[in-house]
Design a protein around this ligand. Structure first.
Ligand code: PEP
Ligand code: MG
Length: 585
C-alpha cells in the first residue's frame, strides 16, 4: 500500500478503481486537396502550429510559476520540435507534392519521425517519442481550435484521475459512475472541487504528478476529508474506509428529517436555504436535500456541455425545464461567466497570461452583446414557467451594472415586439466577488434588487491567491480579517438600501462557518445540495443573538489563525453544552 497526500477538496470516503482521463487522441482523416487550395492548407498548418506554440508557452509559464523553473523547462523541448526544419519541410512537401490535407501531412511526418526514434537503441530518443506525440496532438487540436471530443466517462463506478479537468471536461463527464476525484492540480475552490462537493463525492487535489501516474484499474481509497489517497489499500484500510462510508450514510439518513423544515433559529430568525447547481441533472438532488430554490445556476456549464453556442430556443428549453422542475421556487440564473479558468475556445474566451484578471464574466458578455442578449431573452422567456431571477458575475462597478441592465431592457423590448411570451419584471442582482464591488456596494445596492456574495473569487482577489493554484491554496482563509470585514460591509450596504443579500461561495458549505454566516445577517445561503441539511441543522440550533455575538468577537481578531482557533474552541464548548442539555440531531 502507498499513501499519497494532497489537499482534501471535497469531504467523504470512497473506494474504487482508477479511471484516467486524458484528452482523446486525434487521428486525422486523409483528404485530397485541389492545386488551388494548397496555399490554404499551408496557412492552416501555420495557424495550428501558432496555436500550439502559444498554448505550450502559457503552460510552461504556468508550470514554472506553480511548480518551479525546472518543471517549466520540460516543455521547452516541445517548442523546439515545433520549429524543427525536418518536420516543416516534410509536412509542406506532402501538402504540395502529394496534395493532401495539412493535418494528415503533419501526422504522417510525425509518425515517420517517431518510428525512426523508436528504432534507435537509446532511452533518451524513446522518451522523446512521448514529447513528439504530445506536440502532435496539440497541433492537431490547433486545427480544430480546441473543439475536440471531451473525456470518455467511466463505464463502471470509478475514481477519476487526471492532471486537471477543465469545467468543460467535467461538464462532459457528467456524474454517472463517478465515485470521487484525484487530481494533480487545483485548490479548494477550483472547479473540480466545486463539482465534487456538488455531487457529494470525495476529492483530493494538488497531488503534483501522482494522480496522472496512477494506472487505469488500480484500486484506490480516497479520503477527501483528510486529503489522502491509499493506492492498493491493505485490509485494515479497506475496513476503515468501509466503516466511515457507512457512518456517512447513517448521518445523511439522520439529517433527512430536516428536508421539509425551514431554517429558523430558536429565537425566530429565518435563513433561506438554496442550492448551487451547474447542470439540470442536479435539480433532483437539490430538491431531495430540501433546497428552497436555486441560489446560483452557473449557466456556463450548459454552454460547455455542447461545444457550440446554443440558440435562444435551445436555451429556453433547458432553462424552462429547470424552472418548471423547481415548481414555483426561485431560480437565480447567473449569466455566462466564462474566462478565468473557465476557458472556452469556441466562444473566443482564450487562455490569457493573467486569466483571473482578464476577459471574464460580465466583461466577456458586454463585449459579446448579441450572445449576452440572446441568453437574457431566453431567461425572460423561461421565467413564464415559474419564478426566475437574473444575476451578473464579476461586476466591479456601476458602469457594468448599468450597461447590463440596458441589455435587459433591449431584450424585453425585442421580446415584446416579437410577441414572445415572457415575464418582463425579473429581479436583477449581482455577484459581489471583487474587492471593488465590496467597496462600491452602497452605490451598487441602489441600482439592483439583490446581492449574492461569491467568496471563491472574493477571497481570491482580496488575498491575492490564485484559486486554482495548489501552492497558494493555504492562503484561502475565509476568516481572514480582510474577508470578514468585506462580508460585514457588503451585508450592511445591502440592508441600508433595503435589498436582500445571500452568499453562494464554497465557504457556505463549511459546517463550522454556518453560525458565522448566520450571525453576519445574511438573508440567504446557497450551497451544494449535499451540504444543505447540516447547515440547516446548525441554524435551527443557534439563537440569532448568539451567532451575532460570535461574529462580533471574530471581528476583533487580528489573524485568520486566531479566528480559526477561537471558533474551533467555541464550537467544541457549545457541542459539550448541547450534549449535556440533551439536544440531539
Ligand atoms: C464565487 O466566485 O464564489 C462563485 C460562486 O462563483 P464561481 O465559483 O463560479 O466563480
Ligand atoms: Mg465567481
Amino acid at each position: 500500500m502507498r499513501t499519497l497526500t494532497g489537499i482534501g477538496a471535497s469531504p467523504g470516503y470512497a473506494l474504487g478503481p482508477i479511471h484516467t482521463i486524458r484528452l482523446a487522441t486525434i487521428v486525422p482523416r486523409r483528404r485530397a486537396v485541389a492545386v488551388k487550395d494548397v496555399p490554404v492548407e499551408i496557412e492552416r498548418f501555420r495557424v495550428a502550429v501558432d496555436r500550439a506554440r502559444e498554448q505550450i508557452r502559457e503552460l510552461s509559464d504556468r508550470m514554472s510559476s506553480e511548480l518551479g523553473a525546472e518543471e517549466g523547462a520540460i516543455l521547452s523541448s516541445q517548442l523546439l520540435m515545433l520549429e524543427d526544419e525536418m518536420i516543416w519541410d516534410a509536412t509542406l512537401a506532402a501538402i504540395r507534392l502529394e496534395r493532401i490535407n495539412a493535418e494528415a501531412a503533419f501526422a504522417r511526418t510525425v509518425g515517420d519521425l517517431a518510428g525512426r526514434f523508436l528504432e534507435i537503441e537509446d532511452a533518451t530518443f524513446r522518451e522523446r517519442v512521448n514529447d513528439l506525440r504530445d506536440v502532435e496532438q496539440r497541433v492537431l487540436r490547433g486545427f480544430t481550435d480546441g473543439a475536440v471530443a471531451g473525456p470518455v466517462p467511466p463505464s463502471v463506478p470509478s475514481i477519476i484521475a487526471s492532471r486537471n479537468l477543465t469545467p468543460s471536461d467535467t461538464a462532459a463527464l457528467g456524474r454517472y459512475n463517478v465515485l470521487g476525484f484525484v487530481m494533480d492540480e487545483g485548490g479548494n475552490t477550483s472547479h473540480v472541487a466545486i463539482l465534487a462537493r456538488s455531487l457529494g463525492v470525495p476529492a483530493v487535489v494538488g497531488l503534483r504528478g501522482a494522480a496522472a501516474a496512477l494506472a487505469p484499474g488500480q484500486m484506490v481509497a480516497v479520503d477527501g476529508t483528510g486529503g489522502q489517497v491509499q493506492v492498493e489499500p491493505d485490509e485494515e484500510t479497506l475496513q476503515r474506509i468501509g466503516l466511515l462510508t457507512r457512518q456517512q450514510v447513517v448521518v445523511n439518513e439522520k439529517l433527512a428529517y430536516l428536508r421539509d423544515l425551514p431554517a429558523i433559529s430558536p429565537d425566530g430568525r429565518r435563513m433561506k436555504m438554496m442550492a448551487n447547481i451547474e447542470l439540470p441533472i442536479e435539480v433532483e438532488e437539490a430538491l431531495a436535500r430540501g433546497a428552497e430554490g436555486i441560489g446560483l445556476l452557473r449557466t456556463e456549464y450548459l454552454f460547455f456541455q455542447h461545444g457550440t453556442i446554443p440558440t435562444e430556443d435551445d436555451q429556453v428549453r433547458v432553462y424552462t425545464e429547470i424552472v418548471r422542475r423547481m415548481g414555483g421556487r426561485p431560480v437565480i440564473f447567473r449569466t455566462l461567466d466564462v474566462g478565468g479558468d473557465k476557458v472556452s475556445d469556441y466562444l473566443g474566451a482564450k487562455r490569457e497570461y493573467n486569466p483571473f484578471l482578464g476577459w471574464r464574466g460580465i466583461r466577456f458578455s458586454l463585449a459579446n452583446r448579441a450572445l449576452f442578449k440572446t441568453q437574457i431573452k431566453a431567461i425572460y422567456r423561461a421565467a413564464v414557467a415559474g419564478q426566475a431571477k437574473l444575476m451578473f458575475p464579476m461586476i466591479t462597478g456601476l458602469d457594468e451594472l448599468r450597461q447590463a441592465r440596458e441589455v435587459c431592457a433591449e431584450a424585453v423590448a425585442e421580446l415584446t415586439a416579437e410577441g414572445q411570451p415572457h415575464t418582463p419584471d425579473l429581479p436583477v442582482g449581482i455577484m459581489i466577488e471583487t474587492p471593488s464591488a465590496v467597496l462600491a456596494a452602497d452605490l451598487l445596492a441602489r441600482e439592483c434588487d439583490f446581492f449574492s456574495i461569491g467568496t471563491n473569487d472574493l477571497i481570491q482577489y482580496t488575498l491575492a491567491m490564485d484559486r486554482g493554484n495548489s501552492r497558494v491554496s493555504y492562503l484561502y482563509r475565509p476568516l481572514h480579517p480582510a474577508v470578514l470585514r468585506s462580508l460585514r460591509r457588503t451585508v450592511e450596504a445591502a440592508h441600508e438600501q433595503g435589498i436582500w443579500v445571500g452568499l453562494c461561495g464554497e465557504m457556505s458549505a463549511e459546517t463550522r462557518l454556518a453560525e458565522v454566516l448566520f450571525g453576519l445577517g445574511l438573508d440567504e445561503i446557497s450551497t451544494h445540495g449535499a451540504a444543505l441539511p447540516k447547515i440547516k441543522q446548525v441554524i435551527r440550533w443557534t439563537p440569532y443573538t448568539e451567532a451575532c455575538a460570535v461574529v462580533e468577537h471574530l471581528l476583533t481578531t487580528s489573524t485568520a489563525d486566531e479566528a480559526d482557533a477561537w471558533l474551533a474552541d467555541y464550537i467544541a464548548t457549545r457541542k459539550r453544552e448541547r450534549a449535556t442539555e440533551g439536544v440531539n440531531g
